[in-house]
Unconditional design. Structure first.
Length: 181
């Protein structure tokens, strides 16, 4: 994820300098923004919710009491930091690749979506097997990452089909879109 993030930021900076890359500045900006937000919401949400890990619960050999996600937390000296799933978020945040590629390269976009869902699932299963998360923690993480990527796509990259079918001279001017998109 770090390498992909560095490559995305480098590509974005390069697209601002190199004329041949300018058409990619908005998709790369979208990718950087989506990856950053998808992965950075995890820690604040873990702190805010204080949800216990399965391995910490008395039902599974730990010392903490279970409390539902939207319920009141039991008093403890060791608040949980297990919801949503951080590892799952690293994999599922790659959904941003799907949206970055879907309008220009639909086949590559489908491969990227398969990669994102597969990697997020592998990370999720690994952490569930370790006792770090319930499956629901990772499903919530998938939902958050999908919504973040979808909303940023809608805000930055989406163009209605009527506009996409128009000739370049008929395209409306958009303040943050390159006319080469």
């Amino acid at each position: 994820m770090i390498i992909l993030g560095v490559l995305s930021i480098s590509g974005l900076l390069l697209s601002l300098v190199v004329k041949q890359w300018r058409a990619w500045s908005l998709p790369l900006g979208y990718l950087v923004l989506s990856l950053a937000v998808s992965t950075s919401i995890v820690t604040p949400l873990k702190k805010l919710t204080a949800m216990q890990c399965p391995w910490s619960l008395t039902e599974f050999g730990g010392e903490e009491a279970f409390s539902p996600l939207l319920g009141e937390r039991a008093v403890t000296d060791h608040p949980g930091r297990c919801w949503p799933g951080g590892h799952a978020s690293a994999g599922f945040s790659l959904i941003a690749l799907f949206f970055a590629l879907r309008d220009r390269y639909p086949r590559c976009a489908r491969v990227a979506l398969t990669l994102a869902l597969g990697l997020g699932t592998i990370f999720s299963i690994g952490r569930v097997m370790q006792g770090a998360h319930f499956v629901s923690h990772n499903l919530w993480t998938l939902l958050f990452d999908w919504l973040i990527c979808t909303l940023f796509y809608r805000w930055l990259l989406y163009r209605p089909s009527a506009v996409c079918d128009a000739s370049p001279a008929q395209l409306p001017v958009h303040p943050w879109r390159s006319d080469t998109l």
